[in-house]
Structures are given as C-alpha cells and as structure tokens.
Design a protein around this ligand. Structure first.
Ligand SMILES: *[C@@H]1O[C@H](CO)[C@@H](O)[C@H](O)[C@H]1NC(C)=O
Ligand SMILES: *[C@@H]1O[C@H](CO)[C@@H](O)[C@H](O)[C@H]1NC(C)=O
Ligand SMILES: *[C@@H]1O[C@H](CO)[C@@H](O)[C@H](O)[C@H]1NC(C)=O
Ligand SMILES: *[C@@H]1O[C@H](CO)[C@@H](O)[C@H](O)[C@H]1NC(C)=O
Ligand SMILES: *[C@@H]1O[C@H](CO)[C@@H](O)[C@H](O)[C@H]1NC(C)=O
Ligand SMILES: *[C@@H]1O[C@H](CO)[C@@H](O)[C@H](O)[C@H]1NC(C)=O
Length: 486
C-alpha cells in the first residue's frame, strides 16, 4: 500500500513537471509570436492586401486593415477570418462577413459593388455573407458573374443568408465551383431561373435556395447531384413539375420544395429515395393522386403534402410499409374515399392530418390505438356514423383530436360521462332526443360548438384549389342559423 502511494506521488510530480515545461514553452512561443520585430508573419503581401481590400469593400472605407490588423493570420486576427498554412505561408481560408457575433465584421450601407478582390484569395474555402446587403430599394447589389473560376479549386462552402438587398439571378458561373460541398442562398432577394450549371456541382452535399423569388422550372440537371443530402428550395415561385431525374438523388435525406407553384403529378421515381427522412411538398399545385411509390420511402419520418389539389384516395398506398413515419400531413388535398385501414399500422405515427378533405365513411377506432399518436385531425370532411374512441382518448388529446365539421358524425356517449367528449362533435344520443323538436335546433347546437372552427375552416379554404363549395355552403347556412337564434 505504502509503495503504491509513493509511486502515485512521484507520478503526480512528473505530471506537474511536464505541465510546467509545457507552460513555459507555450509562454515562450507566445512571446515570440507577440513580438512583431522578431518574426514577421509569413504571408505574401499580395494575399494580405487582397484580404484588406476585399473586406474593406464590404465593411466600408473607414476600415483600414493594415492599421487595425497588421498581422491578420497571426497575432492580430480579424473576427470571422481564418487562415491556413500552405507551403509555410499563411493564406486566408475562411471569410465570414455579417453580424454573427458582437465583434463581427458588419457591412456598410453603401457597398458599391461585389468586390473582385475576393477572387485573389487562392485558398479561400469558406465564404459567407450574413445580413450584409440589406436594402433592395436603396442599395441593391448583384452577385458578381465573373471570376468565380478563380476559386474553382478551393471554394467548398458559399453562403448568402438574410440579404434582402442581394438581387438579380444566380450566375451560371457558379458552375465553375466544382469543389463546392455546400451552397446556401437562404432568404435573399434573388430571382429568375435557377441555372442548369448548379446541377454540375457533383460534390454538393447541401443545396439551400429557400426564401427567394426563384421562378421557372427546377432544372433537370439537378438530378446529377448524387451526393446531395439536403435540398431545400422552399418558399420560392418555382413552377412546372418535379423533374423525373430526382429519382437519382439517392443520398438525399431532406427534400423540401414546399410553398412554390409546382404542378403535375408526383413522379414514380420518388420512391427511389430510400434514405429520405423529410419530404415536404406542402402548398404547391401538385395533382394526379398520391403516387403509389410513396410507400417505398421506407426511411421517411415526416411527409407533408398538405395544400395541394392531389385528389384521389388513400387506398393507392400500403401505409404499413412506412414504419418510420412520425408526421403525415395530407390536409387540404382533395382526398376522397375512406381512411384506409393500413393507416392504423404506422406504429411511430405522432401526427396525422387528414382534415379539410372530402373523406367519407366511418372512422376506425383503431386509429386511437396508434401507440404514439399525439394529434389526429379529421375535421372538415364528410365522415359518417359514430366515433367509437374512449373517453380517456378524448381526455388525453383535447383539441388535438379534431373531428368538427363532419355534419354526419357523432360520438357515442358512455353511460357515465366524465365530460370528456370530442370537441365540436355532437353526441349521437343528443341527436335522437333533439330529433323531436326538429333539425333546426340540432343544427344550432352543432354550429354553436363549431363556430370558431368554421371561421378557421373557411380561412383554410382560401388557398384550396379544389372545389369544396358544398361544404362551405353548409357552414355558412349553419353560421347564419346560429346568428338568427342569437
Ligand atoms: C491605412 O492606413 C495606412 C497608414 O495609416 C495608410 O498608409 C493607408 O493608405 C491606409 N489604407 C487605406 C486603404 O485607407
Ligand atoms: C443510405 O444510408 C445508409 C446508412 O446511413 C448508407 O450506408 C447508404 O450509403 C445510404 N445510401 C445512399 C445511396 O447514400
Ligand atoms: C354510473 O355511476 C354510478 C356511480 O357513480 C353507478 O352507480 C352507476 O351504476 C353508473 N352507471 C353506469 C351506466 O355505468
Ligand atoms: C327523427 O325525425 C324524423 C323526421 O324528421 C323521423 O322520420 C324519424 O323517425 C325520427 N327518428 C327518431 C329516432 O325519432
Ligand atoms: C365528395 O365526394 C363525394 C363522393 O364520395 C362526391 O359525391 C361529392 O361531390 C364530393 N364533394 C366535393 C365537394 O368534392
Ligand atoms: C358526403 O357524402 C355523401 C355520400 O355519403 C355525398 O352524397 C355527399 O355529397 C357528401 N357531401 C359532401 C359535402 O361532399
């Protein structure tokens, strides 16, 4: 025992000694580096000058790099700028411009043009502009169309984010950037057609084009991006149909094309995206029914197709194949027919939105047996018969079980009601007792419960492209009766 403790003590001494040595060396190194007279940072003057000029062009002429940051890759680093050594010389590898942190480089409101000095930085890997070009009316800036070939060998990540003053089109010269792995053009003022050339950037892992004004078709060439993991072109004005070539994007994990004007049918090829976990095609004009190949998306966790005039029924798909599915939103998609019983086999399902369609038939109580279900929306359909869910289900779900606005649906009250009933649905019992005094009263009762949701439903019809006039009429009549009875 004694032996052990002495050994341990010695060991600690050794550690202490090593630590001390290291610190001394570290301090020596620091002293050496901090003494500008003893060692000039090994950086070519041209590279240093290009960095100063490039940054100055965006942050303003007051910014004097050589004054403020005489050794930008050494002991006076510039916020957001990082360097790497190549052949024992410093080169700039990262430039982030924009207010990411308190002391970040911010852009001036008077940027004259997209500076060409950037293109002299031979080893630039990462270039990003965040909240830099702000005014589309007073100072609109377009992305330089020339010189990108100079960054062809180095640039891996290019990002423009939250720049409303960045307008014009995406230059097709981005096609030179063959080493690009991430291209993010998020929430800018860009527009026009997407250049075909982006489809030649075969090393892209991430392509984000969301929140601009891009229009026209999605180029077929995008199908060549076989390493792509994330494709987000949501919130633009893209039209035309989904390219059939998308079936080649087999690495894809996330595909978000929501809030565009895409039309036509869902291509069968979409079933080839076996690794896809997110598919969001919501708020477009896609029609032609649910493609059967959707059932082949075995990894998909979240599928949102809401607000499209898809039409057709739910029967075309073997829903039980989608064992990873957690969120399924098919609301406002002009669906008809019954809820297919295989929908109750999706064991991971947490959210099921079937509201605002023209679904009919009975609602299977097996949906309540889905082990994870936390929200089930069936409102605004044409379901009939009795709801046979338990009171404990209604209690657990509250308003997250929505079955209102199904005029022929009622719930079966249990003998000893604890007051947990589906919101906005009439009791089957109530209807038969009220039957004596006639239909008007029973309608009035119903509309009272439904009133606020009727408004919500009418609002949701605002972007419906299918004909639900009949339903709307029923609601208006109910609403008027309600007002009359007041
Ligand atoms: C920055 O300051 C130095 C010396 O103070 C001066 O020589 C140089 O011209 C200035 N550069 C710019 C771009 O204003
Ligand atoms: C899909 O994911 C698996 C597991 O992460 C991976 O091994 C496979 O290479 C991926 N497939 C494609 C086409 O990227
Ligand atoms: C209702 O509950 C009471 C006690 O609370 C009980 O006596 C009665 O049998 C119950 N009736 C039904 C139909 O369950
Ligand atoms: C309900 O009223 C209708 C006529 O409005 C009548 O034909 C029907 O038999 C009534 N049903 C019940 C259960 O009283
Ligand atoms: C709803 O579907 C039924 C057939 O199930 C059809 O008769 C009816 O016209 C449809 N209503 C609307 C508004 O599309
Ligand atoms: C509801 O379904 C019935 C058939 O069950 C159909 O006659 C009726 O048109 C449908 N109502 C609406 C509003 O679609």
């Amino acid at each position: 025992m004694k032996n052990f403790s002495t050994i341990a003590t010695q060991y600690i001494y050794v550690l202490f000694f090593l630590h001390y040595c290291c610190c001394t060396m570290f301090v020596l190194v620091l002293v050496q580096a901090a003494d500008p007279s003893s060692s000039e940072a090994p950086m070519h003057k041209a590279e240093q000058q290009a960095l100063y000029s490039a940054v100055q062009a965006f942050v303003g002429s007051w910014w004097n790099g050589s004054d403020l940051y005489p050794d930008p890759c050494g002991w006076t680093p510039i916020q957001g700028v990082y360097c790497d050594l190549y052949n024992d010389f410093w080169y700039v590898s990262v430039i982030n411009i924009g207010p990411l942190y308190d002391n970040s480089l911010r852009c001036t409101a008077n940027i004259v043009e997209f500076s060409h000095h950037l293109f002299k930085l031979k080893h630039l890997k990462v270039l990003s502009f965040f909240s830099c070009f702000l005014s589309p009316s007073q100072n609109p800036i377009t992305i330089s169309t020339s010189n990108w070939e100079k960054l062809a060998n180095s640039l891996e990540s290019l990002e423009f984010r939250s720049n409303p003053g960045l307008i014009g089109t995406v230059p097709n010269t981005f096609g030179y950037l063959r080493n690009l792995q991430s291209l993010v053009l998020l929430e800018n003022g860009l527009g026009g057609n997407l250049p075909e050339e982006i489809g030649t950037l075969v090393n892209l892992r991430r392509l984000v084009l969301a929140g601009n004004q891009f229009s026209g078709k999605i180029p077929e060439s995008f199908g060549g991006l076989s390493k792509l993991l994330i494709l987000d072109a949501s919130r633009n004005k893209l039209s035309g149909s989904l390219p059939l070539t998308f079936g080649s994007l087999t690495s894809l994990l996330k595909l978000d094309l929501s809030n565009n004007m895409l039309e036509g049918k869902l291509p069968r090829e979409i079933g080839r995206l076996k690794n896809l976990t997110l598919l969001d095609l919501g708020s477009n004009k896609i029609s032609g029914g649910l493609a059967q190949s959707l059932e082949e998306l075995v990894s998909v966790k979240e599928m949102v197709i809401s607000n499209n005039p898809i039409g057709g029924g739910l029967k075309s798909i073997e829903w039980q194949n989608l064992q990873s599915l957690e969120i399924l939103d098919l609301s406002n998609t002009c669906l008809t027919g019954n809820i297919h019983k295989s929908m109750a086999e999706m064991k991971r399902l947490r959210f099921l939105g079937l509201n605002s369609n023209n679904l009919s038939g009975r609602v299977s109580p097996r949906l309540a047996a889905l082990p994870c279900i936390g929200a089930l929306y069936l409102y605004g359909n044409n379901f009939t018969g009795e709801l046979e869910f338990s009171e404990s289900f209604y209690r657990r779900m509250g308003r997250r079980f929505g079955a209102w606005n199904n005029p022929k649906l009622c719930y079966r009250a249990e003998g000893n009601s604890t007051g947990h009933v589906p919101y906005g649905v009439k009791s089957c019992k109530q209807e038969t007792t009220i039957n004596i005094s006639g239909n008007v009263l029973s309608n009035a009762k119903l509309s009272e419960a439904n009133w606020d949701h009727s408004i919500q439903f009418v609002a949701s019809l605002g972007f419906s492209s299918c004909n639900l006039d009949g339903v709307l009429w029923v609601i208006i009549v109910q609403g008027m009766l309600f007002i009359l009875l007041l």
